[in-house]
Design a binder for this molecule. Sequence first.
Ligand code: SF4
Length: 485
Amino acid sequence: MSYALIFRGHDFEYEVQAIAKIFISGVRFELCHGGEVSHAENQILTEYENSVFHVKIILQGKIYQKSSPASEKKSEQEFQLCEMLYQGLQELTGYQPPWGMLTGIRPVRKVLDELEQGKTPEQACKELKQKYQISDRKLQLALGTALVQKNILPHHLKEIGLYVAIPFCPTRCSYCSFVSHSVESAKNLIPEYVEKLCEEIRILGNLIRKYALSVQSIYFGGGTPTAIPAEQLKKIMQAVQEYIDMSHVREYTVEAGRADTITKENLQVILDGKADRISVNPQTLQDSVLKEIGRCHTAQQVMKAFSLAREMGFTNINMDLIAGLPTDTIEGFSDTLQKVLFLNPESITVHTLTMKRAGKLYHDEQYQQQKTDISLVERMTELSASLLPKYHYQPYYLYRQKNTLGNLENVGYAKSGKENLYNMLIMDDRQTILGAGCAASSKIITPEGNLTRVVNYKFPYEYLHRFDELMQKKNQIAAELEKLT
Ligand code: SF4
């Protein structure tokens, strides 16, 4: 099956694509502009001509057409065209998207904005439902998350987060779009990478002191931080202890991530480095699915890694799962949830599979032909939302990504008091976060609420070879931090 999006006479390409992907996800669209002709079997045409919008959809042999005079207000036109397209796709497919027309990545922010304007939760939900046609289930999920966040999120400009990127993994998962290099292929880079990373942490530490900032949260992500040798991880954690004032740190997470990297030795390094939270991420506990997605470990290894972490004294462990993995079933997903609940971690994050261009899966012809059944993925996310609160896990952060199956969400569920501050802050864009390491980005939030982003080089070899240039970027960070004083 081939699919094309044809745009004529307007520049709402981004939003039109987002609406189309709500109904038709996990496929590659041919994009045509102006007079370009497509021979795709399925076509979605959106056109603006002589102050009239036209939508024509040809989908699996069925046709929908509608024209409507465009609003005179330019600011309303984008929404108008999207609504026309949404209605057409809904009519042809009979599908009621759970998040309705809402395509942004932060549904919770919409709810928080309404609450901050003085609306009651009921009023907020009513307005969002009317405008975006969101289902009651998803509105309740977003509202519940917003109410948890409202009481936790700090608002002090000088309280910041620190992110440290370690972009190496044992092997690459089929759906992965991160900048992550397999340890085997990048082995030689690791010592120099660690050296430079420690230097960057030192420089950031100086800035943090100079501008009297207080680090509230530290997060080691990647990649898989535990994929590098324990002595290298130790050097990085020692650099954090040496250069950063840890006295205000409320939480310190290291993503141990993959079970095939978790050893007694590196868990001890994490404990010695004073991190108090780790992630042991199975994604699924079905061996056949683990194999399918290219993770070289078994469910049994995950259980063992988790038990080892508990025995060694970790009292705050997160586990990540993914709904919609290739070949997974509702029975498999449910079994995974039950096994994770049996382990009783402090938090469980349920992601929905995202099809990014940088992931191998996106280019897998066989996967493209089989295409995951979206209703199955919905059932998986619904199962998590109904089951986890029964075991005292409440949703505390929620976000969506582009190209996620069914336009569904990623939700962090945690037991009370175990909500991860960093995860909430990164989504809310309300607190300055300084990033170290390749592809890490620093986000500085000014008193006026403006956000400046300074991004490090994406790939390890660039990070190493252009390190001096990168350090010059720190002047830009310093100039922004100056505004917080
Ligand atoms: S463990 Fe995470 S970062 Fe590493 S390859 Fe898999 S998805 Fe990517």
